[in-house]
Write a protein that binds this ligand. Structure first.
Ligand SMILES: Nc1ncnc2c1ncn2[C@@H]1O[C@H](COP(=O)(O)OP(=O)(O)OP(=O)(O)O)[C@@H](O)[C@H]1O
Length: 284
C-alpha cells in the first residue's frame, strides 16, 4: 500500500430499510484517478458519502466494512476530520454559497485545510494556485457566486475543495448538466489537478470522459460492484461499451466524439497521463 491510498473494503450502506451498497470494495492508489460508473441509483453518490462521512446527514449508515486513507481509518471520524486527513468531497450539483462572493467561497474552503494549514499565507498561496487553474475565479472574485454560470460554479466548487489542500478529491458528477465544451474544460482541469499531485475518485455519468481520465474504474449496479479493472480494458469491454458508452456491439466507434475540442491537445484525457514534475503539487 502506498502512503496516501484509499482502501474501501466490503462496505455496505443502508438508508433505513433501503440497501444502497452491498460489500463494495474500491482502491484509489496514491496519484491515481479512479472512476465510478453506474446508472441512476446505483450507489455512486452513496459511496462518496460513506468515504466523506456525510452519510448521516442523508439518513444513511454504514452497516459493515472499513474505509482507510493513508493507513488511517476514516470510518470513525467526523466529516471535518476526514477533510483534515486530506480527503475532500465536491458534492453533486455544485452547492456553492450563492449569496457569498467567489472570494469568500474560497476562504470558506480554506477553513478545514489539511493538517491545520489554515494560516493566511498558506491560504493565499493555495488560492493563487486555484486562480492559476481557474482564472475566471480571480476575475470574478468579488461577484456573488450565484451569478456565475453552471460551469463556473462547478469550477468554484472544485476550487473551494482545493483550498483545503486535499490529497484525495472525491468528485461527484462534475460535468452533469454542462454543455459539452464546458464538460471538456472541467475534465481537462481534473487531469491538471491530478497532474499536480492530487488523487481523484471520480463519479461521472459521462463514461467516455471518465474512462479516459481514469487509470481504473469500477462499475456499480444496484449497489454492488459489477465490473472493476483498468480503464482501457473496461472501455474495450462489450458490456461497458453497450451500457455506458452507448455503442452497439461490433460497431467500431470513436469515443472521442464530441469531447476533444481543445485545440492542440491531441489526447487531453489520456489514461496514461502521469504527474508532470514541473508542476507544483497541491500537497507541497
Ligand atoms: N437520502 C436517502 N434516503 C433514502 N434513500 C436514498 C437516499 N439517498 C439515496 N438513496 C437510495 O440509495 C440508492 C443509491 O443512491 P445514490 O444516490 O447513491 O445513487 P447514484 O448512483 O449516485 O445515482 P444518481 O446517478 O441518480 O445520483 C438509491 O436506491 C437511492 O434511491
Amino acid at each position: 500500500m502506498t502512503a496516501a491510498s484509499l482502501e474501501v473494503r466490503e462496505v455496505s450502506v443502508g438508508y433505513g430499510p433501503v440497501r444502497a451498497l452491498h460489500r463494495v470494495s474500491v482502491d484509489v492508489p496514491e496519484g491515481a484517478v479512479v472512476a465510478v460508473l453506474g446508472g441512476n441509483g446505483a450507489g455512486k453518490t452513496t459511496l462518496l458519502r460513506a468515504i466523506s462521512r456525510t452519510l448521516r446527514f442523508h439518513g444513511g449508515t454504514i452497516g459493515a466494512g472499513t474505509i482507510a486513507f493513508a493507513g488511517q481509518r476514516l470510518d470513525g471520524l467526523t466529516p471535518d476530520r476526514v477533510v483534515a486527513a486530506g480527503v475532500v468531497q465536491v458534492p453533486e450539483g455544485r452547492q456553492v454559497f450563492a449569496r457569498m462572493t467567489v472570494a469568500d467561497n474560497l476562504r470558506v474552503g480554506a477553513l478545514g485545510a489539511r493538517g491545520g494549514h489554515g494560516g493566511r499565507r498558506a491560504a493565499a498561496e493555495t488560492r493563487d494556485r486555484v486562480h492559476e487553474l481557474f482564472p475566471v475565479l480571480a476575475k470574478r472574485a468579488r461577484q456573488r457566486a450565484g451569478l456565475l454560470s453552471g460551469g463556473e460554479q462547478q469550477m468554484l466548487a472544485m476550487g473551494r475543495a482545493l483550498m483545503a489542500r486535499p490529497r484525495l478529491l472525491l468528485l461527484d458528477e462534475p460535468s452533469l448538466g454542462l454543455a459539452p465544451l464546458m464538460a471538456d474544460r472541467i475534465a481537462e482541469t481534473v487531469r491538471e489537478i491530478n497532474a499536480r499531485g492530487t488523487s481523484v475518485l471520480l463519479v461521472e455519468q459521462n463514461a467516455a470522459i471518465a474512462l479516459r481520465l481514469a487509470s481504473s474504474a469500477v462499475v456499480l449496479e444496484v449497489g454492488e460492484v459489477a465490473l472493476a479493472g483498468p480503464a482501457d480494458e473496461l472501455a474495450a469491454s462489450d458490456e461497458v461499451r453497450r451500457r455506458y458508452l452507448g455503442v452497439a456491439d461490433g460497431t467500431d466507434t470513436d469515443t472521442d466524439t464530441g469531447t476533444d475540442t481543445d485545440a492542440g491537445a491531441a489526447e487531453p484525457f489520456a489514461a496514461t497521463a502521469r504527474p508532470r514534475p514541473v508542476l507544483r503539487r497541491w500537497s507541497a
